[in-house]
Write a protein that binds this ligand. Structure first.
Ligand SMILES: [Zn+2]
Length: 664
């Protein structure tokens, strides 16, 4: 275990209560607070009390309006099947409730569902100003119309502006945040402190560029565009530019302004998390149409590719080593590269993204674990059927499926498919219906049942035990195993990063369920979705049936999933048979009018497979692409409790649809 402490090592360390179950590996250095027992150095807390002012670099900020989304709301009864808009409504709870009000609603970084009582802890990771947390919140509001806790979002945005120095860069204050170096990504001695006890983290700057980009679109007259442009300028000044490469020295987690003439390229495993800078730069530069930002994006991409990716797209933990590469960071990097390639038309980068994405997909098809295993593993695909993606690739340990990588993998799958770079809709469908959907925390009673047997947790200066499970509802799992939300008895069930990536993942898929262009409406995924053009009701997996209620006249086509043969599909418009044409997997329904009901039906049945997922054997029953049973079941919170899906009579439910007039 390296001396450095990444979040995922931290989560992993939480999971390593699993040592009790015979699965452990070395803990490495571990902040005590993450395990619920805090013994901070006296000096950290000296003179501090809750609610003390935080030493932001820029106390005076411009005013701005925070508008809620405008749109239509209406009640409908729909099949009780996966409904990403409804998931987004719960997600806004998981985004805006697990917060510490005295510190301007800073988000608790780690959630421990199995401590008694359940607890959550503030650490150095500074959500919501990291990981795209704030943009996830506004995206999930757009999907669902949720207006829960707007005051929290407003305060987050005020603080975002307060973090920005005169040089455009964002500074992380330690004054008033005594937990600010708890679990720090580097050793505490490596934290370079600027006047006023501030840290300068390109990592955080990159994360915030994503949020600024989204608010620049949502609120074009607000201060966000100017803030993003100044931040890009600041990063350009701070970066070490060496020919076609750019990086931050000595680290993406703590950068120095005074640099030697030719500082070496950082290559520690944790520096791959700098992919956040690429994603943020790409998104913000595109929104601003800002050439200096795009140029820097390409230079940082070059550094990351040289250091953490093989020419064939393989993922490296350190140059030329595939073992134990963090899948979430690498997939995030690919998403940033894909956005850069779309913004600039850079074919070489786009081809690399496709190559590397294919590599990622090949990783979660069962791999041989060594010579002699081929007959057992190679022919028994499993992970990609349920969307399990190992946290660390080519790892000798039992990995869990951190939500981060799954969210970005879904974004890549939908974007590359829509861009015509491949057909990954079925990959997306399997993953969103299974591991992503199951990773979201919806029911919480089980937490109180299992936590009663857990180690005692107490409230401390950075740990709370106040209504923790209720506040976490809607968040996403940090350490799920293939069959258990709290994989292997993890102590850290949610890493706040996972909630941000999971909630953004909901949006990436929801956005692309439909695509509309010049009168043509494509239904790409057979999932519930309301829109201005049509509302889709999906009966899958109860029945092989999808209904599209047309609201505007369109030329309609519907993609059928991989388990349906074209000749099995039948279409009716208002009860009248309609002959289908075909364009690949798309059934061409043709012209439909407002008020029409287009109904597509096909057979659906259960299949049982014996598969290997993350080095263990499971029996998986699927109906369509939905897993309806996995055996052996999980221990703490078994996944796939979906007996109702095995009936053919659909369970229905009443929901309030929200169709916004706005897009992001
Ligand atoms: Zn995470």
């Amino acid at each position: 275990m390296p001396h450095t402490m990444t979040r995922r090592y931290l989560l992993k360390a939480g999971a390593m209560s699993a040592t009790a179950f015979g699965i452990g590996k070395s803990l490495g250095s571990m902040p005590s607070s993450a395990l619920g027992a805090t013994h901070p150095a006296v000096s950290v807390l000296a003179g501090w009390k809750p609610g003390d002012p935080i030493g932001y670099i820029n106390p005076s900020i411009p005013d701005f309006q925070l508008r809620s989304y405008q749109g239509k709301r209406y009640e409908v009864t729909v099949p009780d099947t996966l409904d990403l808009a409804e998931r987004a409504r719960v997600a806004v709870n998981g985004l805006t409730e697990p917060v510490y009000e005295p510190a301007n609603f800073e988000v608790y970084s780690v959630f421990s569902p199995l401590s008694n009582p359940p607890s959550m802890t503030l650490l150095c990771w500074m959500e919501p100003w990291e990981e795209g947390w704030i943009d996830a919140t506004t995206r999930n509001r757009l999907m669902s119309g949720s207006e829960q806790n707007p005051h929290v979002e407003r305060r987050w945005l005020e603080v975002a502006l307060k973090l920005q120095g005169a040089d455009g860069l964002l500074y992380t204050p330690l004054k008033g945040r005594p937990w600010g170096l708890e679990g720090f990504q580097l050793s505490k001695a490596q934290a370079i402190k600027y006047p006023g006890d501030q840290l300068l983290q390109p990592y955080l700057c990159g994360c915030m560029l994503r949020s600024l980009a989204v608010y620049a679109k949502k609120d074009p007259n607000g201060p966000w565009k100017d803030s993003a442009r100044r931040l890009i300028d600041g990063l350009n000044d701070l970066a070490v530019v060496d020919g076609e490469y750019a990086y931050f020295w000595p680290s993406f987690f703590s950068a120095a302004k005074n640099k030697p003439a030719h500082p070496p390229m950082p290559a520690d495993p944790i520096e791959v998390e700098g992919t956040n800078v690429v994603l943020g730069l790409a998104e913000a530069s595109q929104v601003l149409g800002y050439e200096p930002g795009l140029k820097l994006t390409k230079q940082v991409i070059n550094y990351l590719r040289k250091t953490f990716y093989g020419l064939d797209g393989s993922f490296y933990s350190v140059p030329a080593l595939e073992k134990n590469a963090h899948s979430g960071a690498h997939l995030r990097g690919l998403l940033g590269m894909e956005k850069y390639a779309e913004a600039t038309g850079d074919k070489e980068v786009m081809e690399f993204v496709v190559r590397s994405f294919e590599y990622a997909l090949s990783l979660d098809v069962n791999f041989t674990t060594g010579p002699g295993d081929e007959s057992v593993f190679a022919l028994t695909p499993g992970e990609e059927l349920v969307g399990f993606f190992p946290d660390m690739t080519h790892s000798p340990y039992l990995e869990t499926a951190e939500t981060d990588g799954i969210g970005d993998l879904l974004a890549l799958g939908t974007r590359l498919s829509e861009a015509g770079m491949g057909d990954y809709w079925d990959d997306v469908d399997r993953r969103v219906r299974n591991q992503l959907a199951e990773n979201q925390l919806l029911e919480i009673d089980w937490i109180y049942d299992v936590s009663e047997k857990g180690p005692t947790a107490k409230a401390t200066y950075n740990t709370t035990i106040d209504r923790v499970a209720e506040r976490m509802r809607g968040g996403f799992a940090g350490n799920p195993s293939p069959n258990d939300w709290a994989g292997y008895g993890t102590k850290s069930g949610v890493g706040s990063c996972c909630t941000a990536y999971g909630c953004n993942g909901l949006y990436w898929v929801w956005e692309k369920i439909l695509s509309y262009q010049e009168g043509k409406l494509k239904v790409n995924l057979l999932l519930n979705r309301a829109s201005r053009w049509a509302d889709v009701d999906s009966y899958i997996p109860y029945q092989g049936r999808v209904e599209v209620k047309i609201k505007e006249p369109v030329d309609l086509s519907i993609r059928i999933p991989e388990w349906v043969k074209p000749e099995q599909a039948r279409c009716q418009i208002d009860g009248q048979e309609r002959t289908l044409g075909w364009d690949g997997r798309y059934a061409k329904v043709g012209d439909v009018k407002a008020g029409n009901l287009a109904k597509l039906t096909f057979p659906i049945s259960e299949r049982t497979d014996k598969v290997w997922i993350e080095k263990r054997e499971f029996t998986v029953v699927r109906k369509g692409n939905d897993v309806v049973s996995i055996d052996p079941p999980g221990v703490y919170r078994p996944l796939y409790q979906r007996q109702h899906y095995r009936q053919s009579q659909p369970r229905m439910r009443k929901v309030t649809r929200f169709v916004s007039e706005e897009t992001l």
